[in-house]
Design a protein around this ligand. Structure first.
Ligand SMILES: Nc1nc2c(ncn2[C@@H]2O[C@H](COP(=O)(O)OP(=O)(O)OP(=O)(O)O)[C@@H](O)[C@H]2O)c(=O)[nH]1
Ligand SMILES: [Mg+2]
Length: 244
């Protein structure tokens, strides 16, 4: 049976663990991730002759290098490349959740959004147009209520369709000002020569321009095995981004 990896990402308290438990039942186990103190629960769920391995990432408000939680969540999405990153948003506080959503959409095009706590939203008279949101974000958007097991069938179906390559997404990508876009394009071209399609070159370019040393170090480690480690510093330096 084929096993697909699904990473659960989202702000704190949006119901990731509730969804994780609803889908995996008691088959979960917790372990430390790459020597860091942040522990990641993983658990399995079978659906339609396929197996999903769910990873419950730490809840964060952004995915930069601000904390061990953010680094772990970000490195997992970019370097472990799960088959789908399942973004769990709080339907009652969408404006807060969408910031993280835009960051994830810059990192990967294998994203499904679920609008959790729909029961709570309904109670509060909040209406969310999932179809419109899906159109604007360019990825599937599924309303659910993890605590009440609502919407989980549709969610599983969409997960499997994305895992098997039947869903094409067109993730919304932030546009920066003209000067920045020029720099991003230059660096992205350089990075493509080094990482090819292995890692998201545009996202890496943006992070390098932001002077994210920790990310540069992580990337260097990842590429060291294939003798490409030194090239990242070369690329960053050539474009004047390493001295910030
Ligand atoms: N009403 C309602 N409450 C929910 C739903 N899903 C989760 N909750 C509640 O929301 C709270 C937070 O849920 P968690 O699953 O712990 O959230 P989390 O995203 O794992 O939080 P962190 O691990 O801190 O990032 C809990 O009290 C849940 O019972 C839902 O669909 N409806
Ligand atoms: Mg949790």
């Amino acid at each position: 049976m084929r096993t697909y990896t699904i990473a659960l990402a989202g702000n704190p308290n949006t119901g990731k663990s509730t969804l994780f438990n609803a889908l995996t039942g008691l088959k979960q186990h917790t372990g430390n991730w790459s020597g860091k103190t942040v522990s990641l629960a993983s658990g399995y769920y079978e659906y339609n002759n396929s197996r999903f391995r769910f990873i419950d990432l730490p809840g964060t408000y952004s995915l930069f290098s601000n904390s061990a939680d953010e680094e772990v969540a970000r490195d997992y999405i970019v370097f472990e490349k799960p088959d789908v990153t399942l973004l769990v948003l709080d339907s009652t506080a969408l404006e807060r959740s969408l910031n993280l959503a835009l960051q994830v959409l810059e990192m990967t095009d294998r994203v499904i959004v679920c609008l959790n706590l729909m029961d709570e939203a309904k109670k509060k008279g909040i209406k969310v147009d999932a179809g419109k949101l899906a159109q604007r974000l360019g990825v599937p958007v599924i309303p659910i209520s993890a605590r009440n097991n609502e919407g989980l069938d549709t969610l599983s179906e969409q997960l499997l369709l994305m895992c098997t390559g039947s869903i094409r997404t067109t993730p919304y990508r932030m546009k920066y000002n003209e000067r920045l876009e020029e720099e991003i394009a230059k660096l992205e071209t350089e990075l493509k020569l080094i990482v090819g399609d292995e890692y998201p070159a545009r996202w890496l370019a943006i992070r390098l321009l932001d002077g994210d040393r920790k990310l540069i170090d992580t990337l260097k480690q990842k590429l060291a095995a294939s003798d490409r480690g030194g090239m990242i510093y070369g690329a960053a330096k050539a474009l004047g981004s390493s001295n910030r």
